[in-house]
Ligand binder design. Sequence first.
Ligand code: 13P
Ligand code: SF4
Length: 303
Amino acid sequence: MADALVTRLQTLKKERNAVILAHSYQPADIQDAADYVGDSLGLSRLAADTDADVILFCGVHFMAETAAVLSPGKTVLIPDGNAGCPMANMVTPRQLREWREKNPDAVVVTYVNSSARVKALSDICCTSANAVEVVATIPKDKRVLFVPDRNLGHYVRTKLGRENMELWNGFCPTHERMLPEMAVESRKQHPGAPLMVHPECRPELVAMADFVASTTGIIKHCHESPEREFIIATEIGILHPLRKQNPDKVFHPLTVVADCPNMKLNSIEKMVWALEDMEPVVTVPADIAEQALQPIRRMLEIG
Ligand code: 13P
Ligand code: SF4
């Protein structure tokens, strides 16, 4: 049955001239069926460059929205229209507008885990892969307002030693579940295994890390490292590409509760339905897309 669905998916993909992009937190079978698996930054670049007519974006809503902004002529589908990101909903356009108005001289840096409307009110975007690089391009005397992730913001502020950076109080509920005491316990159970941490984790956990990076950064590092065993502190979907690419290495999740329920709303069945029915389509109003494109482009020019 599962094979028949994957065959149907591949047939529909050809008929629709579609490309399937999947985030590395997606269920394993979706990652295996995708044309490309990556992090938010890599998938944005692929969405901007593809020749396909249809992008089936297996991830959460803000990622599909970014693809729609970058590829206005294409049809962007998401398997489950309810696959949102709670962190992206933690700052609204009205809240950001008010914050900006109170700080007219500051530069607004917006993590891509945000709505297109919020991006449209921003000066520059970043992902977890390039946040440090992006903020480093802003003159040191300029104050920075960072939305919505307080943890990624804290990581950047610490890394750059930049005090004039104010953080919105948003967070990822999945990464927030990972606690420093879990790392203490895990290190006892797996002595010597380096601790890989995504910067959406709490600052106290990030401070304990052997390596901090985006999902793609963690995958690349584990592949290139001579170490054989790792503790992984990010969403557990990443274990699939890690194990697939490194059959001789061992990966221990910091905790199996780091499972993003939104990412897991997508399924192979829903991918088939999306390509059959050509919905749910993710769209962004033209005026918002035009404004959101500027901060996204500025980010892509940097790294
Ligand atoms: P990446 O930037 O590593 O793709 O992470 C996106 C995300 O949603 C993390 O929770
Ligand atoms: Fe959003 Fe967190 Fe899920 Fe990433 S893991 S999509 S930040 S809720």
